[in-house]
Ligand binder design. Structure first.
Ligand SMILES: Nc1ncnc2c1ncn2[C@@H]1O[C@H](COP(=O)(O)OP(=O)(O)O)[C@@H](O)[C@H]1O
Ligand SMILES: O=c1ccn([C@@H]2O[C@H](COP(=O)(O)O)[C@@H](O)[C@H]2O)c(=O)[nH]1
Length: 545
């Protein structure tokens, strides 16, 4: 089986790529941590939270222990392959959590005089903390360990969004805190002579060792530790899997995981779509836009039109703004005009959103040598995250208004059959990927419209999972459907500000027909969608196609 390029995955990101290699003392280039810590994605991840915005289903965690070269990694990868089309899976290796070593320890390690098989060699608290974050659907940044250098590297690897986590390592079942996190515990049992033969071949080929060195280390540390610390943990396992000829056991494990994932499935989007009619406090904004005080939009000194949901901010409905919306709503508007007016509107909206950032006083000296007491932004990090593709025009607007702003994107699409939102891909800026920075980051979340709100909901949940503060999220959108998911959003995330230009009355469920290519091939399957009415049509398609 091809491991990383097996066709069931649409996207594979693995450290097994021959990306980094380092020259070691014996001057051979050794790839770092081959085939460890892999993220595999097939179809996207369905919602992992309920209507109140809180996560409801943890990731399913499998812990695989066993001797060195017993076949733990092999079992993990076989499970993934057998699972077939399932949401994102992370394979997390205990090897990443070897402690940082002093230069003296590294020298001893090269002479095979360090015991890497003792539980004390592993940073168990960090291992448990990272796993606990991932299980609870929070992001984590795990260390990267180089076997060639016997050292933890300075870089870390960002992981997020796994529905299934498979942890493997010789001592994966040793620590009680780790064991408490597993939903399924596996021990791979293998003959010692087979493990030694495999290890010898692997360590010489992949980890830059000599035959003598491997045997030395094996007799001094590996075998005694296996007998004292590794093998005894087999008693914690739910399943013992043989280290070879184990395809039947793997099939059974995959069936069990598939069943557990099915039990965790939710039906989210239909709830969101009907939320307006169910809500005890439907959105009281007038759908025929009110014209407020006529301040020129060029200065954007406008009064926010508010409703019981005070964090929904609608641009003042000036004749100028209505004129722009009339052009954008007109199905006969040319693409050129559509792009031009969408870009203009995006600038208005972003400027309005900027009013909601904190500012502090700043005094400057003017060219005529007089002090001027003004203001400057009082934020540590700002970034934009757009929902692909329709958030694109707003992202361009953000870039026009804030020079060099960091941006990221989320690909959230509907399942063709169920209409459920699926997280297919995310690329977030570093000020969100690292939790300590995320807490101090303000995020402009950008999408063309809020209909059912399912994509907006997922995007907000993702930011919160990363540690972004709810009141630091400003959602910017051209259009909001009054009776759609906005009602659920405002209940789940009351502190998120939503800046939009218009509120429309209707939200209708419909089917988009399949698109056939010239040769009778299906280019896009028929799919269920919800359209905002009167709306502006599919803003992303009209802008980009
Ligand atoms: N069931 C198996 N059948 C054949 N070879 C296997 C099997 N399991 C593991 N191996 C081989 O043994 C070696 C070590 O396996 P690996 O999964 O990396 O061990 P571990 O992760 O336990 O250290 C690899 O070369 C792998 O291809
Ligand atoms: O710097 C190091 C760290 C660890 N080891 C050995 O690795 C194995 C564990 O890896 P497996 O992939 O599970 O075999 C462990 O037995 C340590 O002895 C090392 O040699 N150098």
């Amino acid at each position: 089986m091809a491991e990383d390029d097996t066709p069931i995955f649409i996207n594979v990101d693995s450290e097994s790529r021959p990306v980094i290699s380092r020259t070691v003392s014996n001057s051979r280039a050794i790839p770092l941590q081959a085939k460890k810590n892999t993220i595999l994605k097939s179809h996207g991840r369905p919602p992992w939270y309920s209507e109140d915005g809180l996560p409801i289903c943890d990731a399913f965690v499998v812990g695989i222990a066993g001797g060195s070269a017993s076949g733990k990694t092999h079992v993990a990868r076989q499970i993934v392959q057998k699972l077939g089309s399932i949401p994102t899976i992370v394979i997390l290796s205990q090897d990443s959590f070897y402690k940082r070593h002093t230069p003296e320890e590294v020298e001893l390690a090269h002479a095979n005089l360090v015991d890497f098989d003792h539980p004390d060699a592993i940073d168990m608290p960090l291992f448990a903390a990272c796993l606990s974050d991932l299980k609870a659907c929070r992001q984590t940044n795990i260390p990267i360990y180089s076997f060639a250098e016997h050292q933890r590297l300075d870089e870390t690897k960002y992981l997020y969004g796994a529905a299934v986590i498979i942890t493997e390592g010789i001592l994966a079942l040793h620590d009680p805190a780790l064991r408490a996190l597993y939903d399924l515990k596996i021990f791979v049992q293998c003959d010692s002579d087979l493990m030694l033969a495999r290890r010898l071949r692997r360590d010489v080929k992949e980890r830059g060792r000599t035959v003598d060195g491997v045997l030395d280390q094996y007799l001094r540390y590996v075998k005694p530790s296996y007998d004292n610390f590794v093998l005894p943990t087999a008693r914690y396992a739910d399943i013992i899997v043989p280290g070879s000829d184990n395809s039947v056991a793997i099939e059974l494990i995959a069936t069990h995981i598939r069943k557990k994932l099915k039990e965790r499935a939710t039906r989210f989007r239909p709830h969101m779509a009907q939320a307006g009619s169910r809500s005890p406090t439907p959105l009281s904004l007038p759908s025929t836009p009110r014209v407020s005080a006529l301040s020129p939009p060029s200065t954007l000194r406008v009064n926010a039109m508010t409703d019981p949901y005070e964090n929904l901010i609608v641009l003042p409905q000036t004749p100028q703004l209505k004129g722009i919306y009339t052009i954008l709503r007109d199905k006969n508007t040319s693409r050129e005009d559509f792009i031009f007016f969408t870009d203009r509107l995006a600038t208005f909206l972003i400027e309005k959103a900027l009013e909601h950032l904190p500012y502090r006083p700043r005094t400057v000296r003017t060219p005529v040598d007089v002090d001027y007491v003004g203001k400057e932004l009082d934020v540590k990090y700002i970034c934009g995250v757009s929902i692909i593709r329709s958030g694109g025009p707003l992202e361009r607007g953000l870039q026009r208004v804030i020079n060099d702003v960091l941006t990221g994107s989320l690909l959230i699409q509907s399942d063709a059959q169920t209409g459920e939102p699926l997280l297919l891909h995310l690329m977030l800026p570093v000020c969100i990927r690292e939790r300590h920075r995320a807490k101090e980051t303000w995020v402009f979340l950008l999408d063309a419209q809020i209909g059912t709100g399912a994509a907006a909901f997922m995007a907000m949940r993702i930011l919160l999972d990363h540690g972004v503060r709810e009141d630091h999220i400003i959602f910017v959108s051209f259009l909001v459907a009054r009776n759609g998911g906005i009602c659920v959003l405002r209940k789940a995330f009351p502190q998120v500000k939503i800046v939009c230009g218009a509120v429309d009355d209707g939200l209708r469920e419909t089917w988009l027909e399949a698109i056939e290519s010239g040769e009778g091939q299906i280019e896009a399957e028929a799919r269920k969608v919800w359209v905002v009415e009167p709306g502006m049509g599919h803003i992303g398609d009209r802008y980009y196609l």
